[in-house]
Ligand binder design. Sequence first.
Ligand SMILES: *[C@@H]1O[C@H](CO)[C@@H](O)[C@H](O)[C@H]1NC(C)=O
Ligand SMILES: *[C@@H]1O[C@H](CO)[C@@H](O)[C@H](O)[C@H]1NC(C)=O
Ligand SMILES: *[C@@H]1O[C@H](CO)[C@@H](O)[C@H](O)[C@H]1NC(C)=O
Ligand SMILES: *[C@@H]1O[C@H](CO)[C@@H](O)[C@H](O)[C@H]1NC(C)=O
Length: 308
Amino acid sequence: MRLLNHLLLFTAVLAAQAERFVRFTSTDGREYFGDAILPPGTTDASKSKAARVIEGDILGNFTVTKQVMPIRKLLSPLPNERVRTVRCVGFNYAAHDGEAGQPIPGWPILFFKPFTALNTPSDPIPISEGYQTQGNFTSTMDYETELVVIIKKKAFNITDDEALDHVLGYSVGHDVSHRGWQIDRGGEPTPQFSMGKGPDGWAPWGPAIVSTSVIPDPQTLNIWTKVNGVVKQNDTTANMIFGVKHLVSFFSMGTTLYPGDVIFTGTPAGVNLGKADPIWLVDGDVVEVGLENVGTCTNELVYVQDAR
Ligand SMILES: *[C@@H]1O[C@H](CO)[C@@H](O)[C@H](O)[C@H]1NC(C)=O
Ligand SMILES: *[C@@H]1O[C@H](CO)[C@@H](O)[C@H](O)[C@H]1NC(C)=O
Ligand SMILES: *[C@@H]1O[C@H](CO)[C@@H](O)[C@H](O)[C@H]1NC(C)=O
Ligand SMILES: *[C@@H]1O[C@H](CO)[C@@H](O)[C@H](O)[C@H]1NC(C)=O
């Protein structure tokens, strides 16, 4: 009996491990969760062509089955409605604070995006009319690559040491930003963030949630942005002022973090904000954000006419 228990436990532990959680549509037109199978020579999950199907709930109990399905299109790793809150951190890399003319914060700077901002790792980022150039109000669209933390277990008032136990894994995200609405219109003397960063589709993330078993230390990863193929940001998460452990623990102060909540952890230097000669993003620009051992999200900015 004891042997049987051990065997059962062993099976449960084995089956509950996945390395790269993805959500995708397959060739049969259906949607699946899976553990991405990487092609040889890359750790970029966006290049995966197939995945082992996951049954159950990746935020609860699940099993990785032996069934392999082809990936037609990767979706964001969780459906938008499974993500109760999208927390974002401002000014969390010293060199970025410097370029933006901001002091080094004493505590993490928190703002929220609505879950409607979440987007897939490949779909267009819609720029609605209010964010396009209007007269002398220039469309100051900017890119920000960020490491994203995905919560797997409820967390309330936890310590730094307990934090990673509540984390499912990591993705890369794009905190799409309009500096005019973030700062010039209503954000002076300090940024107000939400109007400048909250529109629908302005938070692409993915291409996978890479498990903490693959990335035991999130503060060692190369992180970058390319615009139309040209490198604009290239740094390491070692330069975060407040690391993942402290952000998770700090945000759990008096506030419950839920399974599926995501935290965008701030962007390194290299954005347009603060530059003497900014090259703001415009219609048709393609932005790739990347994180080592996780992969890339590649999305095109597309001007849209507002439906009325
Ligand atoms: C997972 O399954 C076990 C056993 O059935 C159950 O006790 C536990 O509450 C489940 N966990 C979640 C997060 O659903
Ligand atoms: C921009 O245009 C508005 C009216 O469209 C005008 O009131 C304002 O003074 C202009 N600002 C600058 C800096 O030219
Ligand atoms: C929060 O955590 C601190 C220390 O970690 C502890 O002293 C305090 O009692 C906790 N509060 C609640 C409401 O759990
Ligand atoms: C970023 O810099 C590192 C170290 O110099 C380099 O190895 C890497 O290729 C660069 N990344 C990109 C996207 O250019």
